[in-house]
Design a protein around this ligand. Structure first.
Ligand code: OOG
Ligand code: NI
Length: 316
């Protein structure tokens, strides 16, 4: 092959169509999530059939064990490297959890496109305050976090490759955690898998009212998390959320037991326009005119999307 006049031009064309690493990573987290969680796929398909869109993601959420360098920081690092900014902390004393959320780089708050090609999602990462658990549960968690210590800086890689950074757990260990914290049990088997992706309801065209969307989803056979009511509303009224009940997944434990465990779920969030911007026309409203952040009282109930009570499954 010889160089000719058209070669440089062609190289430029190729470079401009390359997908940036950040975009690849964001879709990388979603891919195994959609493969493992049929309800998320069904809900997205139902919405796309009924609505011209755009269907965008408001946020992605992850769960972690806050011990041995496996907590929030371990999965947060890749988002910080992408230019995400650390925002507020949320505390859940009864669940022995804390969380941080991260906002995407400013220029990615408003972009044309849908799903992983649309506006970049916020990131919500929680961690279990392992030190506060019983000795027995701490021992189980530390057994796995130490066994996987060599990979603790590769949480994101494990997530996109749909694998754990620690060995496959045994059913007895899972049961020990499930008795004390369903969050802990979920994290032991799902690791850094995407816990949920959240559809940005206010960006939709026809289903842009969350009560309407909830009715539509329920009528279409999607089971929604009813903990504290289907619709979770922040005290200021500006953040309204709902979520599906997690999918049941057959899991092959290391000791040969195959049991039903909680997989992931899908969430829906409507952010209302802030009162000071209420004079704006709908087409003038941008994401930063809307209610930001998260809400402890609502999040506390959304965590229950993976509870055996919501899922109607027996543990043990
Ligand atoms: C996170 C629950 C909280 C929100 O948007 O407030 C949440 C989880 O289940 O790990 O998603
Ligand atoms: Ni969420």
């Amino acid at each position: 092959l010889t160089l000719n006049a058209s070669a440089p031009k062609r190289r430029i064309t190729m470079a401009s169509t390359e997908v940036p690493l950040m975009r690849k990573l964001l879709s990388g987290f979603v891919k195994p999530y959609l493969e493992k969680n049929p309800t998320a796929v069904t809900a997205l398909e139902l919405i796309r059939k009924e609505d011209v869109g755009p269907v965008c993601f408001d946020h992605f959420a992850f769960r972690t064990f806050g011990v041995d360098g496996c907590g929030i920081d371990s999965i947060a690092q890749i988002f910080l490297d992408m230019g995400y900014k650390t925002r507020d902390e949320l505390r859940f004393p009864a669940k022995k959890l804390r969380a941080l959320w991260f906002s995407p780089p400013d220029h990615l708050y408003e972009v044309d496109g849908e799903l992983e090609n649309g506006p970049a999602p916020r990131i919500f990462i929680s961690e279990l305050l392992v030190d506060q658990l019983s000795e027995a549960s701490q021992k189980v968690i530390r057994k796995y976090t130490t066994a996987g210590a060599q990979y603790k800086r590769h949480a994101a890689t494990a997530s996109v490759l749909n694998t754990l950074t620690w060995p496959t757990p045994s059913f007895v260990d899972y049961q020990q955690l499930a008795r004390e914290s369903e969050y802990a049990a979920w994290t032991l088997v799902n690791g850094y898998s995407l816990n949920h992706a959240t559809v940005s309801v206010h960006r939709l065209s026809q289903l842009c009212d969350i009560s309407k969307l909830n009715q539509f989803l329920q009528k279409s056979g999607i089971k929604l998390n009813s903990e504290g009511g289907i619709l979770k509303v922040s005290p200021d009224g500006g953040l309204q959320q709902s979520s599906s009940v997690a999918d049941s997944v057959k899991y092959a434990f290391a000791d040969g037991e195959v049991k039903t465990v909680a997989g992931s779920y899908i969430e829906f969030a409507e952010r209302l326009v802030l009162p000071i911007y209420s004079d704006l026309k709908r087409e003038e409203v941008r994401e930063w005119h809307r209610r930001e952040g998260f809400e402890v009282s609502s999040a506390d109930k959304i965590f229950e999307s993976t509870s055996s009570e919501q899922m109607g499954i027996k543990t043990g």
